[in-house]
Ligand binder design. Structure first.
Ligand code: ZN
Length: 110
């Protein structure tokens, strides 16, 4: 009897692959040494580090994208606010001016 290192399922001693998950089974001679089961973690760690680096790169990309979006939003908001303020500051007094002096407004337009 051999236990799958991946899922822990019982498999036949001569089986090379787990019948449950399909993972390659560790031979009984190796499985008797528990220290060897710990060792394969080391190359997995470097793989994890690579994955972390990839994740960090992804994060950096996402942060850059988020920053760009934020900048665009802020710029758009600032522009809209300035435009709105301009509109209010210039158009409203003009309208009030035309309302107060309709003749002058007409004269100016002609
Ligand atoms: Zn398995």
């Amino acid at each position: 009897m051999i236990y799958c290192a991946n899922c822990g399922a019982k498999n036949q001693a001569n089986a090379t692959f787990c019948a449950n998950c399909g993972a390659k089974l560790v031979k009984p001679a190796q499985s008797s040494q528990p220290t060897q089961q710990v060792q394969p973690v080391k190359p997995a760690k470097t793989g994890k580090r690579r994955a972390d680096l990839k994740q960090v790169r992804k994060w950096k990309k996402q942060i850059l994208i988020a920053a760009a979006v934020l900048l665009v939003l802020l710029a758009g908001y600032g522009y809209g606010k300035a435009y709105y303020a301009k509109d209010k500051q210039i158009v409203q007094p003009l309208q009030e001016y035309y309302k107060a002096n309709p003749d002058q407004g007409k004269q100016r337009r002609c």
